[in-house]
Write a protein that binds this ligand. Structure first.
Ligand code: XUL
Ligand code: CO
Length: 444
């Protein structure tokens, strides 16, 4: 279904029309230079390689507050003292933004689209009524929900964790929130449901029973999955790893830790992984490493697109603008079969001093363009260069004879030892890293 521009009672971005592809020579910042949604690259339209989504929390709610000062951005949809009215305005602004920009998907937390009520019951009712309105907006515009989630980290009751809190009352409260966020995701036909455990971790092992907390997290996830499946949710449940921030140590540290957790607790059928660039770098990995690991373990789910700042060690959630990262992740995606049911959610915010309303368009456009350019370059590298052959040749000793037998698990340790004793000393074969790097740079 193609996307229709959605303008509510008031137009929030009157100076901005639908963002169009104008090609690399265009000087118009409000146009795409590389992202040409219907253009076929590697056998499918560009838009299907990306399934771009806007993150409701940063783009519609994030006014730029930080620990040292308040927000700096004045959003015309947050204009009254009535949180319900603002939430409705925000929804209109959101769909106007998605449809003018051309991100065909969006993602939200329960608290992004509906205000927290005086109590849990009121919060759930608030969410239900906003979800009804979002459903109408989706139907009229054609925009779809990539994933829904519950905010289990802002409310002070979650200071000791949500599913891993030592207090059962808090665990039950989190369960109620997850139940209603899953209901919302089902109603809005979301493709995925995300768990990011920002408070699921600890700051001191001295006061923490880690085994009990992890057992509880697994039980909680099993029950959420059972509820979703019983109520018709056919999408994928996703865990989003992050090593730290806000907790000192978070249980879902990185892809490897999440894979081990999912396998250990028998959750790996229903749960896959949502990987975020800045979370990967905080864990000491590259984005490409985390994506490749998830594919190799059969655990790839979806992507949160952003980047960190190499000069500091926290989650800066910048719009991805690094071409090298874009090329590398597109190479991994093309080689591994692509996003499937996942997408690319811009979990990114404009800088605190980027206060013009158009900046949120420009941030998205620049990331969409850099990824489109990355896709074109990655496809050229894989199709035209000898990159894949060079990689394959490194492992060619496993293609025949004893190497092949080893690779298929047919040689035991004594047999391997006998082979070694009868062969010549292995020669030193160059890994050619610099040559690999030069091939990438030639195509950039
Ligand atoms: C926090 C983060 C979250 C999740 C959803 O670093 O990435 O916004 O994506 O809860
Ligand atoms: Co994220």
């Amino acid at each position: 279904m193609s996307i229709k521009i959605s303008i509510g009672k008031k137009e929030y971005f009157p100076k901005i029309k639908s963002i169009k592809y104008e090609g690399p020579k265009s000087k118009n910042p409000l146009s795409f230079k590389y992202y040409d949604s219907e253009k076929i690259i590697a056998e499918k339209p560009m838009k299907d390689h990306f399934r771009f989504a806007t993150a409701y929390w940063h783009t519609l709610c994030g006014t730029g507050g930080d620990p040292f000062g308040p927000g700096t951005k004045v959003f015309p949809w947050d204009c009254t003292d009535n949180p319900t009215k603002n939430a409705k305005n925000r929804l209109d602004a959101a769909f106007e933004f998605f449809t003018k920009l051309g991100t065909n998907f969006y993602c939200f937390h329960d608290r992004d689209i509906a205000p927290e009520g005086k109590n849990l019951r009121e919060s759930i009712i608030n969410l239900e009524s906003m979800v009804d309105l979002a459903k109408e907006k989706q139907e009229e515009s054609g925009v779809r929900l990539l994933w829904g989630t519950a905010n289990l980290f802002s409310n002070p009751i979650y200071m000791n964790g949500a599913a891993t809190s030592p207090d059962f009352k808090v665990v039950a409260h989190a369960a109620a929130q997850v139940k209603s966020a899953i209901d919302a995701t089902i109603k809005l036909k979301g493709d995925n449901y995300v768990f990011w455990g920002g408070r699921e971790g600890y700051s001191s092992l001295l006061n923490t029973n880690m085994k009990k907390e992890l057992d509880h997290l697994a039980i909680f996830l099993h029950k959420a999955k059972d509820y979703g499946r019983e109520n018709g949710f056919k999408g994928t449940f996703l865990i989003e790893p992050k090593p730290m921030e806000p907790s000192k140590h978070q249980y879902d540290f990185d892809v490897a830790a999440v894979v081990a957790f999912l396998k250990h607790y028998d959750l790996d059928e229903d749960f896959k992984i949502n990987i975020e660039n800045n979370h990967a770098t905080l864990a000491g990995h590259t984005f490409a490493h985390e994506i490749q690991s998830a594919f190799d373990y059969g655990a790839f789910g979806s992507l949160d697109i952003n980047q960190g700042d190499p000069h500091n060690g926290w989650d800066t959630d910048e719009f991805l603008h690094n071409i090298y990262d874009a090329v590398h992740i597109m190479m991994v995606l093309l080689e591994s079969g692509g996003l499937q049911n996942g997408g690319m959610n811009f979990d990114a915010k404009t800088r605190r001093n980027s206060t013009d309303l158009e900046d949120i368009f420009i941030g998205h456009i620049n990331s969409m363009d850099i990824l489109a350019k990355g896709l074109i370059i990655a496809n050229n590298i894989l199709k035209d260069s000898n990159y894949l052959d060079m990689k394959r040749v490194r492992y060619s000793s496993f293609n025949q004879n004893e190497g092949r037998q080893f690779s298929s698990g047919k040689l035991n340790l004594s047999q391997l030892s006998r082979i070694a004793l009868n062969q010549s000393i292995p020669e030193l074969k160059s890994g050619k890293q610099e040559l690999f790097e030069s091939i990438i740079n030639k195509y950039l």
